[in-house]
Ligand binder design. Structure first.
Ligand code: GTS
Length: 271
């Protein structure tokens, strides 16, 4: 506003040719400032297939930040090919989020940008390192669950047991202990962060596989009850929100055809 009124006042002054050039340059800089504001104000646009996959954590984080967004959900290999042809995908891969004038790819890069921009990424470098450690563990668990539907029928039970074992023996004890040791409401710095959002997401995913999975984790039960009540989270968990349902046979077929998934797909992604 200040810059704009200075522009106008500048235009009313006696004009030598050099001041006129300066004024014009100044007006141009005002315009690009406005354009930049417009870009910053536009809703983020998410490009992915119509399912959870890697994009679901992005949906969760934007919801927790209270940011409205639009989605371009493609259904066929042809749609995906057309998106690749647009040249917006740095690695010819999704997820991709258009935001603040950028086409951001790589799930972690997208999540970090959102977490940083909306103050969900700790107050300093040390808190960020702790958030990263929590989130990376959660992502390992999340990835196993994400690829589980693609396992062969004969492998299903074994892989399910492995996921549940990892959840209860490796990952959940870490978050249970953290909450118990510091006695605070949230994992890091006693304010909601990306780690809390990711933790609730993964808890709900594991519960879809085994509903009483938290029975040995009283702190995680309290955590879940607390975070689920936050208004933005509550809204995201309501029917009709952009949250995607677990993979079913139909959505499994759609994503299998889009990405031409082969038999060894799951094994490659089970760490
Ligand atoms: N490291 C990337 C990320 O985290 O974003 C991996 C992205 C990725 O593998 N995306 C898949 C893809 O575009 C889609 S999905 O697995 O997330 O559904 N695959 C096509 C390809 O050619 O790799």
């Amino acid at each position: 506003m200040f810059a704009l009124s200075s522009c106008i006042q500048g235009g009313q002054q006696e004009e030598s040719s050099s001041t006129s050039v300066l004024v014009r340059l100044f007006v141009l800089s005002c315009l690009s400032e406005n354009q930049e504001l417009r870009i910053m104000a536009a809703k983020p646009k998410l490009y992915y297939f119509d399912g959870r996959g890697r994009m679901e954590s992005v949906r969760w984080l934007l919801a927790a930040a209270g940011v409205e967004y639009e989605e371009v959900l493609f259904q066929t290999a042809e749609d995906f090919k057309n998106l690749i042809k647009s040249g917006k995908l740095m690695y010819d891969q999704v997820p991709m989020v258009e935001m603040d004038g950028m086409s951001i790819v790589q799930t972690r890069a997208i999540l970090k940008y959102i977490a940083t921009k909306y103050n969900l990424y700790g107050k300093d470098l040390k808190e960020r390192a702790i958030i990263d450690m929590y989130v990376e563990g959660m992502r390992d668990l999340n990835d196993m669950i994400m690829f589980f539907p693609f396992s062969l029928p004969e492998e299903k039970q074994k892989i399910l047991n492995y996921i549940l074992e990892r959840a209860t023996q490796r990952f959940f004890p870490v978050y249970e202990k953290a909450l118990k040791d510091h006695g605070k409401n949230y994992l890091v710095g006693n304010q909601l962060s990306w780690a809390d959002v990711q933790l609730l997401e993964v808890i709900l995913m594991v519960e879809e596989l085994k509903s009483d999975i938290l029975s040995a984790f009283p702190k995680l039960q309290e955590f879940k009850a607390r975070v689920i009540k936050l208004p933005r989270i509550q809204k995201f968990l309501q029917p009709g929100s952009p949250r995607k349902p677990p993979v079913d046979d139909a959505s499994f077929e759609v994503s299998r055809k889009i990405y031409k998934i082969d038999k060894n797909f799951v094994l490659k992604h089970m760490s």
